[in-house]
Design a protein around this ligand. Structure first.
Ligand code: CTP
Length: 394
C-alpha cells in the first residue's frame, strides 16, 4: 500500500485536511499526519489519529520521533503540506528546521506538494511570493489557493484549493514513478551567452524553467538525467547530473560528448544562432560613434544530432512567433526529429521566463496535440506522457 505524509499547519481551513485524508484513503493510500504545534491549537491530533489509525507526529523529540524524520522519509512516496501557512512556507524556503515538519522536509527525497491557505494580503506579500518562487525553483509543486470568501470576511485569493483537486494532483505525481527507470535522458536548458568582449554578451530571454521542469519530471519517473544548462538563476534538481555551459559552442561540445549514452534527447535550450566573429579580451572602450559587430552562424546542435540519430528518441523545441505548425513541421523534417514542441514566444504571459506555457506537440506521424495554458510542471507531464507513448511504438 502506498503511503504519503500530510503536514498540517494552523489555518482556518484545517478542517479540510480531514477530507484530504479521506480522499487519499479512498484510493488505497495510507496517510501519516504531521501537525505543527500551532495547528494543534485549532484541532486536537486525536481527530487525525482516529481517521488514520496512526499516531500523529507533532514534537520532534518525543518518543522515537527524533529519528523518525529519517525513517518516515524513506517510507513515503510524497509529502503534502495542506494547509500550508506563510510561516511554514518561509521556513522551508530558507532551510529553517525548528520543528518536526520543517526538519522532515529537509530529509525527504520524494516529491513535495504545498497547498497554501491564508489571508489575501499575506499571500500576496512580496516575501511570501518570493518564498513560493524559491520553493518552486527547487522543484516543490505549489497548488495555488483559490479566490473566494476568506475567513477574515473579505473576498480574495487565499482559500485552500479543493481537497479533491489537491489529492488528484498528488496522485498524478505519484503515478509517474518509475516509468522511465533504466533510461538516460539528456536535456538542454536555458539560453546561451555569446561573448562580445570581457563584460558583454549576446543572449536571449530564455530562463531555463521549461528545461529544468522537464529534468524534474524525468527524475520523478525514475530516469537518469544529464542536464546541460546555459546560464540561469535556477536551482538544478538534486539528482540530475548538471553540466553548466555558457556559449553555443560549449553546449555543442557537451551535448556531443554525452549524446552516445542517452536514450532520449530533448533540446530545450534556446541556443543562439549567431556569435560575434571576434571576441575582445578587454572591454571595448566608448571611442567611436558607431561600431559594427559581425556575427557568424553557430552550429545547429540538433541538426547535427539528427544526422546520427540511430535508435534514440530526438525531441526539439520550435520557438515561433507565427505560422506555428508549418514552421515546426519544417524543423522536424530538417532536424530528423521524433517530436517537436512548438512554443509561441511572442506572448508575455507564457513561454520565455514565465512559469506557464502553452505548446503544440507534433509527432513524426503528423499527430497534433495542443495544450491549454498550464504550469510548466503540467506541460512537462504532457510532454513525457507523449514521449513514453513514442517509446512504446519504437
Ligand atoms: N537548436 C540547436 N542549435 C542551434 C539552434 C537551435 O540545437 N544553433 C535547437 C533548439 O534547441 C531547438 C530547435 O533547435 O530544439 C529549434 O530551435 P529554434 O530556435 O526554434 O529554431 P532554429 O532552428 O534556430 O531556426 P529559426 O531561428 O530560424 O526559427
Amino acid at each position: 500500500m502506498r503511503k504519503i505524509a500530510l503536514g498540517i499547519c494552523s489555518s482556518i481551513s484545517i478542517y479540510k485536511s480531514a477530507e484530504i485524508i479521506r480522499e487519499f484513503q479512498k484510493k488505497d493510500i495510507k496517510v501519516r499526519v504531521i501537525m505543527t504545534r500551532n495547528a494543534t491549537e485549532f484541532i486536537q491530533p486525536l481527530l487525525f489519529e482516529a481517521l488514520t489509525g496512526e499516531k500523529v507526529i507533532v514534537d520532534q523529540f518525543k518518543n522515537s520521533a527524533g529519528i523518525e524524520h529519517i525513517s518516515l522519509a524513506n517510507e513515503i512516496s510524497l509529502l503534502l503540506i495542506a494547509p500550508a501557512t506563510a510561516n511554514i512556507i518561509g521556513k522551508l524556503a530558507n532551510g529553517i528546521a525548528d520543528d518536526f515538519l520543517s526538519t522532515f522536509y529537509l530529509a525527504v527525497k520524494c516529491p513535495v506538494v504545498i497547498a497554501p491557505s491564508m489571508n489575501e494580503n499575506m499571500y500576496l506579500n512580496p516575501i511570501t511570493q518570493e518564498n513560493l518562487r524559491k520553493l518552486k525553483s527547487l522543484g516543490v509543486i505549489i497548488i495555488e489557493p483559490e479566490v473566494g470568501e476568506l475567513a477574515c470576511g473579505v473576498k480574495g485569493i487565499g482559500r485552500l484549493a479543493e481537497p479533491a483537486k489537491i489529492v488528484e494532483e498528488c496522485i498524478s505525481l505519484m503515478e509517474r514513478k518509475d516509468s522511465l527507470r533504466g533510461k538516460k535522458i539528456l536535456i538542454t536548458a536555458g539560453p546561451t551567452q555569446e561573448k562580445i568582449d570581457a563584460v558583454r554578451f549576446i543572449s536571449n530571454k530564455s530562463s531555463g524553467k521549461m528545461g529544468y521542469s522537464l529534468a524534474r519530471e524525468a527524475l520523478w519517473r525514475g530516469g537518469e538525467v544529464i542536464l546541460i544548462s546555459g546560464p540561469t538563476f535556477l536551482q538544478p534538481p538534486n539528482k540530475a547530473q548538471v553540466i553548466k555551459v555558457n556559449s553555443a559552442l560549449e553546449m555543442r561540445e557537451q551535448v556531443i560528448k554525452n549524446y552516445k549514452a542517452a536514450d532520449i534527447v530533448i533540446m530545450c535550450a534556446a541556443v543562439a544562432d549567431y556569435r560575434p566573429s571576434k571576441t575582445y579580451k578587454t572591454k571595448i572602450k566608448k571611442e567611436d560613434e558607431k561600431i559594427n559587430i559581425e556575427l557568424i552562424r553557430n552550429p545547429d546542435i540538433l541538426e547535427e544530432l539528427g544526422r546520427k540519430k540511430g535508435d534514440k528518441l530526438l525531441i526539439g523545441f520550435a520557438a515561433e512567433t507565427g505560422n506555428f505548425i508549418e514552421n515546426a513541421k519544417k524543423k522536424m523534417k530538417k532536424k530528423n526529429l521524433d517530436l517537436v514542441i512548438v512554443n509561441d514566444v511572442s506572448k508575455e504571459n507564457i513561454g520565455f521566463g514565465s512559469d506557464y506555457n502553452q505548446v503544440i506537440l507534433i509527432d513524426k506521424k503528423g499527430e497534433i496535440e495542443k495544450t491549454k495554458i498550464l504550469s510548466k510542471v503540467e506541460i512537462s507531464k504532457i510532454i513525457f506522457d507523449k514521449i513514453e507513448k513514442l517509446l512504446n511504438e519504437i
